[in-house]
Ligand binder design. Structure first.
Ligand code: NAD
Ligand code: MG
Length: 367
């Protein structure tokens, strides 16, 4: 169900008593009515980072009205700070402030901040309220929806975490104005993914609107974010803890993770690696006879139009890919599980890819 109030669209993520709304619109940050109703009590801790704080912290605070005790904590910026050490700083600040179980944490920033603050909220006094205010496109369409929270461990990304749902997600599309274009493209990879795995009509709409999206047209952004959140929310509602259909959200990700890890995190953005990974998944789907050449060209065209790479790094051979792909969390036993396309707009999990076919793809894919 979608409701429209002014220019703001609201959809709801249905998870029984843990259901929550996602509000999407330009300029909603700073308007009290989108924030205040979701506070559990008077104690509020805003957590953000050094990049986002100077841009949006004051605007967010302007939207907090009433007799509140508001604290803020500004963490360093970067995936390398998505650590238990930084989460501990959040707990320290909460305890120093004497915050109780009715406090509310607000995550203002990209996926790194959202994942850490969600995890801090999941554990503080066995669980307190939190609100997501995602400010990257990736966080708006992906990481802020679904309740996965956590941090990295020196031995692996996202290895420590919990499922913990926010009380609300507030998406102000105007915050994307300051986002570096490369980060915008990385977020578009996940948007395209939703179309490819289960909404061919949305994919067609994206083909029309890609230029408007990259030019930050508010109307187009609101529609794209809403549809993406809705598709993710539907999948999450069907499969909250990833026993089945949620795996489809990993289209392009097994290949993509191999690229990210091999290149060193941060050199290729996650969304860039997923872009190339989706092109690889399309090619393998063609080799299996599911897609035709026109389908593959269509997939490539939309990835390229978002400003994402279609080629994989030339310093990676097939064995480099395979050794990384075997470590994927999604594998069962020793078989590689890949998300592939039955057709454009319809994905499936496949764990019987002939190894010669996979090897040929990895060897011959454009560098
Ligand atoms: P990020 O949080 O590192 O943000 C990217 C960069 O943009 C950072 O430098 C950040 O400070 C900056 N930034 C944020 N908002 C800005 C704005 N409005 N203007 C200018 N700069 C801004 O990265 P991300 O891509 O948002 O998120 C990636 C993280 O999300 C990863 O840690 C990943 O594991 C996680 N993730 C989680 C889920 C989930 O389901 N929980 C899903 C996908 C990704
Ligand atoms: Mg992803």
């Amino acid at each position: 169900m979608t409701q429209v109030v002014d220019a703001v669209r609201t959809l709801s993520v249905s998870l029984d008593e843990r259901s929550y709304p996602i509000h999407i619109g330009p300029g909603l940050l700073g308007e009290s009515r989108w924030l205040t109703p979701y506070l559990a009590g008077r104690q509020v801790m805003i957590v953000t980072n050094e990049t986002v704080a100077p841009l949006y912290l004051e605007r967010l605070k302007a939207g907090l009205s009433g007799e509140l005790e508001v604290r803020e904590l500004v963490l360093p910026d970067g995936e390398q700070y998505k650590s238990l050490e930084q989460v501990s700083r959040i707990w320290d600040a909460l305890l120093e402030a004497g915050f109780n179980r009715r406090c509310t944490l607000i995550a203002l920033g990209g996926g790194v901040i959202g994942d850490m603050v969600g995890y801090a909220a999941a554990c503080y006094q066995r669980g307190v309220a939190f609100i997501q205010v995602p400010t990257t496109l990736l966080a708006q369409v992906d990481s802020s929806v679904g309740g996965k929270t956590g941090v990295n461990h020196p031995r692996g990304k996202n290895m420590i975490g919990a499922f913990w749902q926010p009380k609300a997600v507030l998406i102000d599309t105007a915050t994307l104005a300051t986002l570096p274009p490369r980060e915008l493209s990385a977020g578009l990879a996940e948007v395209i993914k939703y179309g490819l795995i289960r909404d061919v009509a949305f994919l067609g709409w994206l083909e029309d609107k890609m230029a408007a999206l990259r030019a930050l047209d508010d109307e187009a952004l609101v529609v794209a974010i809403e549809r993406s959140c809705r598709l993710k929310a539907e999948i999450v509602a069907e499969d909250e803890t990833e026993q089945g259909v949620r795996a489809l959200l990993n289209l392009g990700h097994t290949f993509g993770h191999a690229i990210e890890a091999h290149q060193g995190y941060g050199n290729w953005l996650h969304g860039e690696a997923v872009g190339a990974g989706m092109a690889m998944a399309a090619e393998l789907s063609r080799a299996l006879g599911w897609l035709n050449e026109g389908d593959v060209a269509r997939v490539q065209a939309i990835i390229e139009s978002a400003g994402l790479p279609l080629e994989v790094p030339d310093n990676m051979n097939a064995e480099d890919f395979l050794s990384r792909m075997r470590l994927d969390k999604k594998n069962i036993d020793t078989r590689l599980r890949l998300v592939l396309l039955k057709s454009v707009g319809d994905a499936c999990v496949f764990d019987a890819t002939p190894s010669a076919m996979l090897h040929a793809l990895l060897e011959d894919f454009p560098r």
